[in-house]
Design a binder for this molecule. Structure first.
Ligand code: NAD
Length: 359
């Protein structure tokens, strides 16, 4: 066995259908009684119909509901939410939603030190990471701090049924991307590799079923399990070219998060393949049905089954911005298994823009 280093992130996970009913116990266990609830405007109703009655029955009426969360955690929204939090004397934060809502919860937690409990409703995975991305004056910056990691995560599959099919597919591939890059991370280790392969298998098996039958409980549950494992990888090891490109493309051209991850993933993997360990590639291919031993093909097959959009141009990116994307991506590159060369990178981004297959 080769030597390795692995830091586990301390968070408590409660997984299972109906597990939302355990949230009051979690708050009481931590001596908390006035949680501030966070959501987007779109998910406000889910909170009022599902979460509020549970808290009120447990004599834990929330300090308030802040339902103005938006994408990319703008610091202006954080300031607004922070003022509301103080005005309501909240003693904790409960974020209910996807990465955007959890991002606001993290932004509040790092400013106040209040405990943060999450109820994730997408597969993006922010709940398992100590990373916070924030936007100020049009620039998105990222920081990592153990204090940003949410303390309790309640994965209740019931709240994922509302996620539209298209978003379920792309959000699931977003999770797969965390695990794919964890397999070849500089800090990869046998533990995160196990989690990564199990997570990819779970998502590759469940996402096509969700696209065909969105209310399939077993598939929804398996997808959420896979997303949790992939998120653990994201929170544990460093990411490479794929995540760098998605960060640049999303941040610079305001492209949608999960859809961008879905488009870029096979291309980023194909770029890295020449420098990847054959054993790792075989294991990855083994986790992807229809791969015939070729991991990139396996991803292409998965995306084909999901019927997702493949070109960044479909989301409004102009061809003239391909060169701009190359410039920004070359500015502060992440560590990557293959050296990032301008011409190769340009071809990766051009193919992503055009919606061409990775090979
Ligand atoms: P999102 O949170 O922006 O949600 C997208 C939309 O889907 C929102 O309108 C939301 O209300 C709606 N939605 C979410 N779950 C739903 C459900 N179950 N039913 C109906 N509607 C639902 O999308 P996301 O992809 O989860 O998160 C993207 C953001 O998270 C990005 O800003 C990204 O940078 C961040 N992120 C951060 C990390 C990290 O570790 N810091 C990890 C992953 C993502």
């Amino acid at each position: 066995m080769d030597a390795f280093e692995y830091t586990t992130n301390p968070s408590r996970v409660i997984f299972g259908a109906g597990s939302i009913t355990k949230l009051p116990f979690e708050l009481k266990r931590l001596n908390l009684s006035k949680p501030l609830l966070l959501s987007t405007p779109q998910q406000k109703d889910q909170i009022t119909t599902s979460l509020l009655p549970i808290l009120e029955t447990a004599s834990l009426p929330p300090a308030g509901l802040y339902a103005n969360t938006t994408m990319h955690t703008p610091t202006s929204i954080t300031a607004d939410a922070l003022a509301y939090l103080h005005s309501r004397a909240a003693d904790s934060i409960v974020s209910f939603g996807g990465g955007s809502t959890i991002g606001l919860g993290k932004a509040l937690t790092i400013r106040t030190g209040l405990p943060h409990l999450c109820v994730p409703t997408t597969y993006a995975g922010s709940e398992m990471t100590p990373i916070l991305g924030e936007t100020a004056e049009g620039r998105k910056t990222t920081r990592s701090d153990p204090k940003i990691l949410p303390g309790v995560v309640v994965y209740d599959v019931e709240f994922t049924f509302g996620l539209p099919v298209g978003m379920s597919a792309t959000s699931g591939v977003n999770a797969v991307a965390h695990a794919v890059e964890a397999l070849y991370a500089q800090s990869a280790n046998p533990i995160t590799s196990l989690l990564a392969l199990e997570g990819i298998k779970a998502l590759a098996a469940s996402l096509p079923t969700i696209v065909a039958t969105p209310n399939d409980l077993a598939a929804r549950s398996l997808a959420q399990y896979g997303a949790y494992l992939c998120a653990t990888c994201l929170g544990s090891v460093g990411m490479s070219l794929h995540h760098k490109l998605c960060h640049v493309l999303g941040g610079t051209f305001n492209l949608p998060h999960a859809e961008t991850h879905t488009i870029v993933l096979p291309h980023a993997l194909a770029y890295n393949v020449p420098k990847l360990d054959k054993g790792v590639l075989e294991k990855l291919a083994g986790a992807l049905p229809g791969s015939e031993g070729d991991a990139v093909r396996g991803l292409e097959v998965l995306l084909g089954k999901l019927g997702v959009q493949r070109g960044l141009r479909e989301f409004g990116m102009q061809e003239g911005n391909v060169d701009r994307a190359v410039e920004v991506a070359m500015e502060k590159p992440y560590w990557n298994p293959r050296a990032v060369e301008r011409e190769g990178l340009r071809e990766v981004i051009r193919r992503c823009w055009a919606g061409e297959p990775a090979r």
